[in-house]
Design a protein around this ligand. Sequence first.
Ligand code: AMP
Ligand code: ZN
Length: 115
Amino acid sequence: MSTDPNCIFCKIAAGQIPSKKAYEDEEILAFHDIQPWAPVHLLLVPKAHIASMVEVGPEHAPLLGRMMALGPRLMREQGVTNGFRTIVNTGADGGQEVPHLHIHFIGGPRPWNKG
Ligand code: AMP
Ligand code: ZN
């Protein structure tokens, strides 16, 4: 599995930087965003370093499918019962700040800080 020693989400996935984990398996980590927009704000990341959706190819389809299918389950586990937003920012114009692929799952009762 390829990782980037300078990448903050690779360091979180490796346990070198602490995070509030919501789920973990061999391929995927879910943790709470440090600056949540809403009562529940999870980030789902692959443990392998994939910089963004630009790098995604057909070989990643099973992994991305698992991440998308996992999100609703984790939101339910976090008590989200009235819907949520799912966001992937890609590249500079997409507003991506951390260059390691991540899916935001954002929910809980409004009002939210953003969005
Ligand atoms: P994006 O703009 O899509 O790249 O989002 C990056 C997200 O990562 C932001 O919502 C940040 O608040 C979040 N973030 C950055 N550093 C950490 C960290 N150490 N732990 C948890 N979330 C983080
Ligand atoms: Zn990384």
